[in-house]
Write a protein that binds this ligand. Structure first.
Ligand code: ZN
Length: 248
């Protein structure tokens, strides 16, 4: 990792294992898909932990919710593969829109951190100001609070799992980003993973007609512009920016 004296740090060394904790299927790809693809290509084992069932991810009142949940899980697995992921894709299946950062949820996240033993954890920044979506806030706190529980043997000893302390936490959508990962060679993998979430084209990608090449092209352009904006924080062409917590 390089740490200039007066700017963001860049490019952590590739960890052995990484775990990304998202509220909904597709959040991880938006937040850190490029970094996960880069690390997977370099041999990192990447895992997904998705807190909710994604059952609110449709604007159609007549939607078959059971089918939507199953579809979104398949899409999430396909997205993980598109990133080069060979690890687990875990679904906690809390009801979309009703996620809480309570003890039961923390217990589950703690158990998965102890099982998967990631060196680096990714999550939503729970302290981002003026954030509306409660699931994103709750999932962010589950990542931070899950780490605190996982690292200490006196939290949830009934799990009978060895404690595990990750070395770093990277928060996406960060209120005060101070770290950038270069994703210039992995933007295509991030886009492919995002486009695996076909049921979300209308709701999160502003693509009305997936068969319309120009709409998909416009989404690609928007994602490239966002990566350029993130990278500019550190003079990098295409990046993902985070808040880095390195003292866990
Ligand atoms: Zn989300």
């Amino acid at each position: 990792m390089t740490q200039p004296s007066d700017g963001p740090s860049t490019n952590l060394p590739t960890p052995g294992r990484a775990l990304a904790i998202g509220a909904h299927p597709d959040d991880v790809e938006f937040g850190c898909g490029g970094t996960l693809a880069k690390w997977a290509a370099a041999g990192c084992e990447i895992h997904h932990l998705i807190c909710t069932d994604g059952s609110k991810g449709s604007w159609m009142p007549e939607e078959d919710i059971t089918a939507l949940v199953a579809t979104r899980q398949e899409e999430q697995r396909a997205a993980a593969r598109a990133l080069g992921g060979r690890g687990d894709v875990v679904f906690l299946r809390w009801v979309d829109g009703e996620l809480e950062a309570g003890l039961r949820q923390r217990w589950e996240v703690c158990a998965w951190i102890r099982r998967l033993r990631p060196d680096v954890v990714f999550g939503h920044d729970p302290w981002r100001r003026y954030r509306l979506h409660p699931d994103h806030r709750a999932a962010g706190f589950l990542a931070t609070d899950g780490i605190v529980a996982a690292r200490d043997p006196h939290f949830f000893p009934e799990q009978q799992l060895a404690p595990h302390r990750p070395s770093k936490l990277l928060l996406w959508e960060a209120d005060e980003p101070d770290h950038v990962e270069d994703i210039g060679d992995h933007l295509d993998a991030k886009l492919a993973a995002l486009l695996a979430h076909r049921s979300q084209y209308r709701t999160t990608m502003d693509i009305d007609d997936p068969s319309a090449a120009d709409e998909v092209a416009r989404f690609r352009t928007r994602m490239a512009e966002r990566a350029a904006e993130h990278g500019s924080l550190a003079g990098i062409a295409y990046g993902e920016r985070f808040k880095l917590l390195a003292d866990l």
